[in-house]
Design a protein around this ligand. Structure first.
Ligand SMILES: Nc1ncnc2c1ncn2[C@@H]1O[C@H](COP(=O)(O)OP(=O)(O)OP(=O)(O)O)[C@@H](O)[C@H]1O
Length: 254
């Protein structure tokens, strides 16, 4: 395994990646970098190709053209899917610790699973079976399981979609703090522009024809302040919303 690069350094990249499936162009000429210790958010309408892009990153799908430079990192281990995929006959703690079985070569402290369950508000149900918990709780267990193996990159496919708005906001704040304090590298698919603005350092919008319609640099910490004063966030939100409409009309390469 290569040494983990420093914050801001290149972790991995896609170079001019295209994907065709069943005669249809799903992704077209996608180039992007994943920077260490940073969050990249992928936005785009339903069917734009966001999940396909994650599959290319994890190596589950070979691109028709182009290259993936993983920098020697395992980009598959830290994946959290839309559906949590827990084993119903195992407890919350057992499900959360499951990834460690496959990561025996990683130096993961035993207490980490309990620490993550605590961080994610799951301690009270640690001994409940997965079939006994709610959808939102299951999503948090899946997140704990991915984090417990200390992945090089956390790949999140709409990980908060089943959460109630309050829990969702709490988890977004928590995740951003962890990224900042612990340097977690994250790629996240979301439909929620505000979620991208709260979490991401880099925001990429996939538009028509599987192309990148636009991309923005974002500074979530600079948005913090008294309510109503965060004008940069409001400006960016408006820019991104406008770009969705432009992307519907004209394919672009950015
Ligand atoms: N196995 C497949 N064969 C052919 N086309 C596929 C296959 N899987 C996905 N697609 C098509 O690829 C396109 C992109 O799908 P993808 O799931 O990546 O979109 P998405 O942006 O993640 O959508 P959503 O936001 O709805 O999850 C869609 O038009 C979909 O129909």
């Amino acid at each position: 395994m290569n040494p983990r690069p420093r914050t801001g350094q290149l972790m991995a990249q896609l170079i001019d990646v295209s994907v065709r499936r069943g005669g249809k162009q799903i992704l077209d000429g996608i180039s992007l970098t994943i920077d260490c210790g940073r969050v990249l958010a992928l936005l785009g309408r339903s069917g734009a190709g966001k999940s396909t892009l994650l599959q290319v990153l994890t190596g589950d799908l070979a691109p028709s053209e182009g290259e993936i430079d993983s920098g020697g990192h395992d980009l598959k281990k830290g994946t959290v899917h839309q559906a949590p995929l827990l084993f119903p006959w195992l407890t919350v703690r057992e499900n959360a610790g499951l990834g460690q079985t496959y990561a025996a070569n990683r130096d993961v402290p035993d207490r980490l699973v309990d620490e993550l369950l605590d961080l994610l508000g799951l301690t009270a149900m640690a001994d409940s079976y997965a079939e006994q918990i709610s959808g939102g709780q299951a999503q948090r267990v899946a997140l704990a399981r991915a984090l417990a193996i200390a992945p090089d990159v956390l790949l999140l496919d709409e990980p908060f979609s089943a959460l109630d708005p309050l829990t969702r906001t709490e988890l977004q704040t928590w995740l951003r703090r962890q990224v900042t304090e612990r340097g977690w590298t994250t790629v996240m698919v979301t439909h929620d522009i505000d979620e991208a603005l709260v979490l991401a350092d880099q925001i990429v919008l996939l538009g028509t024809g599987g192309r990148i319609a636009n991309r923005w640099t974002n500074h979530p910490e600079q948005h913090d302040g008294p309510p109503g004063r965060s004008t940069r966030r409001a400006e960016l939100r408006a820019e991104i919303q406008a770009a969705y409409h432009t992307a519907d009309k004209e394919p672009a390469h950015v």
